[in-house]
Ligand binder design. Structure first.
Ligand code: GLV
Length: 317
């Protein structure tokens, strides 16, 4: 059985697969595989371990004659046409739970970075502009007694809320369904999206990308944000209509934004680069040694199970 991995991963994934006697091929270049390379490498594979950077659409799936499983090394799987894969009897798996804490930690780091203007402070030092302590230099926002708005109250949303509750904050959230744990443990209140945007001081977005959530934050509702609001996105860039956010930041209609994800990633809208009130990260929510190793291993375990005729551990449908 052949397993194709679209990029070198850390941890024991390869070892686990080799120990089962699979033939493992890894795309070993330090760049995203092109569509053509992917097609030619993957076409006779029995299993794929893919990344969120590979678009696996109908055409690609039609060319995967032997494939039984696509193990996506990410919690999000909007890069894969899952419905079509299912029709073709290909199991799609993701890596939920194991990346929740790493992503929540990074989200809190982004929120604090925005609130306390860390990026401007660092820049001041690096450009030799720090001439001494000043009473009014780089004044930021405090967390205590503020309202946190969690958009998308799944595992990561909950983990972020739990961390931020420790700052003596109040939690409100928007989701399709009630999150009992958030309400019971953190006394969070479910509200409409518009009310959340109006009331929250710090907004954190944790939505998976779908037809419904694409541009769910847009020109109509982002105008509801407070002038002191901070909005942070560590989910998918496309849930926010980015040009609208950029205009709000340009006109200083909100305090700041923190982004780990972008529309059209890895291309970054050049307007973002010149703004002081935005903190930018290169999609590193799950990027810790522990988490990335666990993600790769979970992919390998899913592959092993499916290729040996068992149920995947974390199928997406
Ligand atoms: C990262 O964005 C992931 O979906 O795992």
């Amino acid at each position: 059985m052949k397993v194709f991995i679209t990029r070198k991963l850390i941890g024991n994934a390869e070892k686990l697969l080799l120990a089962k006697g699979f033939h493992v091929k890894v795309f070993n270049e330090d760049r995203t595989i092109t569509r053509e390379e992917f097609l030619s490498e993957a076409k006779d594979s029995d299993a794929l371990i893919s990344l969120l950077t590979e678009k696996i659409d109908k055409d690609i799936i039609d060319n995967l004659a032997n494939c039984k499983i696509i193990a996506n090394c990410a919690v999000g799987y909007n890069n894969i046409d899952v419905e079509y894969a299912k029709k073709k009897n290909i199991v799609v798996t993701n890596t939920p739970e194991i990346l929740t804490d790493a992503t929540a930690d990074l989200t809190v780091a982004l929120i604090l970075a925005c609130a306390r203007r860390l990026h401007e402070g660092e820049l001041m030092i690096r450009s030799n502009q720090f001439t001494g302590w000043k009473p009014q230099m780089l004044l930021g926002l405090e967390m205590k007694n503020k309202t946190i708005g969690i958009i998308g109250a799944g595992r990561i949303g909950f983990a972020v809320a739990k961390r931020l509750k420790a700052f003596d904050t109040k939690i409100i959230y928007f989701d399709k369904i009630k999150n009992q744990m958030l309400e019971k443990q953190l006394k969070a209140r479910k509200v409409s999206l518009n009310l959340l945007l109006k009331k929250a001081d710090f907004i954190s977005v944790h939505l998976s990308l779908s037809g419904v959530t694409h541009h769910i934050l847009n020109g109509t509702n982002l105008n509801l944000l407070k002038p002191t609001a901070v909005i942070v996105n560590t989910s998918r860039g496309e849930v926010i209509h980015e040009p609208v956010l950029i205009n709000l930041l340009k006109q200083k209609k909100i305090f700041a934004a923190g982004l780990d994800v972008y529309e059209g990633e890895p291309n970054i809208n050049p307007d973002l680069l010149s703004l002081e009130n935005v903190f930018l990260l290169p999609h590193i929510g799950s990027a810790t040694v522990e988490t990335r190793s666990a993600m790769a291993e979970l992919c390998a375990k899913n592959v092993i199970r499916v290729l040996s005729g068992r149920k995947a551990l974390t199928p997406v449908l």
